[in-house]
Design a protein around this ligand. Structure first.
Ligand SMILES: NC(=O)c1ccc[n+]([C@@H]2O[C@H](COP(=O)([O-])OP(=O)(O)OC[C@H]3O[C@@H](n4cnc5c(N)ncnc54)[C@H](O)[C@@H]3O)[C@@H](O)[C@H]2O)c1
Length: 292
């Protein structure tokens, strides 16, 4: 039997908020941390709004929603994790930043606490090595939006012990998700396959093979994808897409993973997708309009 009762989450962006949502809904105590109280307030408001949607659809009762929200607390200081049994790191996809977070996190943890990272691409073994407990560290890669998507990729680092893997696998099942086990290679399984396709869609746009609308329509109607690749890129966040491509390019040393210069340009412009209102589409319009 796992001893996970209280789950800490670092990073209250789209992923951290979604992870908090599903864990609180499944009955776990949750504490979320981020760099500012405003981000934390926005996160809890977003969770509440998303739960309202579940209530409207009859998938959650109002009473269960109230109980789940009451299980969530927040704080900007890492000391909030002193009694957490597991901390899931879901901060920005940047290795130096994540390593810095782990360095500061570790002195605040119980010795037996587990650590998981939601990284989309970075080496679990390398991140584990920046903590004092590589055997209690692993990858727990949720998909976006977390309350909707069924999959969680589970990734062991070289030092991850079986007790840690079993505890995280049990948690994955308890929150109603299905696990796929991946080895610790750049971007694991889903993003190793998905992100090069998205990057190729951006090249297709860059080279003028088609416009935003044509590319998304082509893949939706021609390959039966529920979302076009550029729409999906905006949904993931173009900063995250670029970070994953850079990890693939550097980690596998193969030019086929070279990030498209247009993707780089959009990120440099701050047009990183839905979360800021502009990416390959402009979300200030209803319906969103293509930006190229
Ligand atoms: N977006 C996706 O589709 C997706 C899917 C699976 C995994 N991921 C991974 O999840 C992680 C987060 O992605 P996201 O889409 O939620 O990004 P996001 O930009 O929505 O959120 C990142 C959050 O991290 C916070 N943060 C930055 N530095 C921090 C620090 N030092 N301490 C605490 N918080 C800090 C930011 O303030 C922000 O709220 C990344 O590792 C990403 O690769 C993303």
């Amino acid at each position: 039997m796992s001893t996970i009762k209280k789950i800490g989450i670092i990073g209250a962006g789209q992923m951290g908020s979604g992870i908090a949502h599903v864990c609180a809904q499944a009955g776990y105590e949750v504490v979320i941390s981020d760099i500012s109280p405003e981000i934390l307030q926005k996160s809890v408001a977003a969770i509440s709004k998303n739960m309202d949607r579940q209530v409207q659809k009859g998938k959650l009762t109002e009473a269960d929603k109230t109980a789940a929200i009451a299980r969530i607390s927040t704080g900007s200081d890492l000391s909030v994790f002193h009694d957490a049994d597991l901390v899931v790191e879901a901060a920005t996809e940047n290795e130096a930043l994540k390593r810095e977070i782990f360095k500061k996190l570790v002195p605040n943890l119980k010795p037996e606490a587990l650590i998981a990272t939601n990284t989309s691409s970075i080496s679990i073994t390398r991140l584990a090595a920046s903590t004092d407990r590589p055997s209690k560290f692993m990858g727990m890669h949720f998909m976006n939006p977390v309350p909707v998507m069924q999959l969680v990729e589970l990734i062991r680092g070289i030092a991850t012990d079986e007790a840690t893997f079993s505890a995280i696998a049990e948690l994955t099942a308890n929150i109603g998700k299905t696990a796929a086990v991946a080895e610790d290679f750049p971007a694991f399984i889903v993003n190793r396959i998905l992100l090069p396709m998205i990057n190729e869609a951006v090249y297709t746009l860059y080279e003028g093979v088609g416009g935003v609308q044509a590319i998304d329509t082509a893949l939706k109607l021609g390959a039966n994808h529920p979302m076009g690749p550029l729409e999906l890129a905006d949904f993931i966040g173009l900063d995250t897409c670029l970070a994953v491509m850079q990890v693939l390019y550097e980690g596998l040393a193969d030019s086929k993973y070279r990030p498209c210069p247009l993707l780089v340009k959009y990120v440099e412009a701050g047009w990183v997708g839905r979360k800021v209102g502009r990416g390959f589409y402009d979300y200030s319009k209803n319906p969103p309009v293509p930006t190229r």
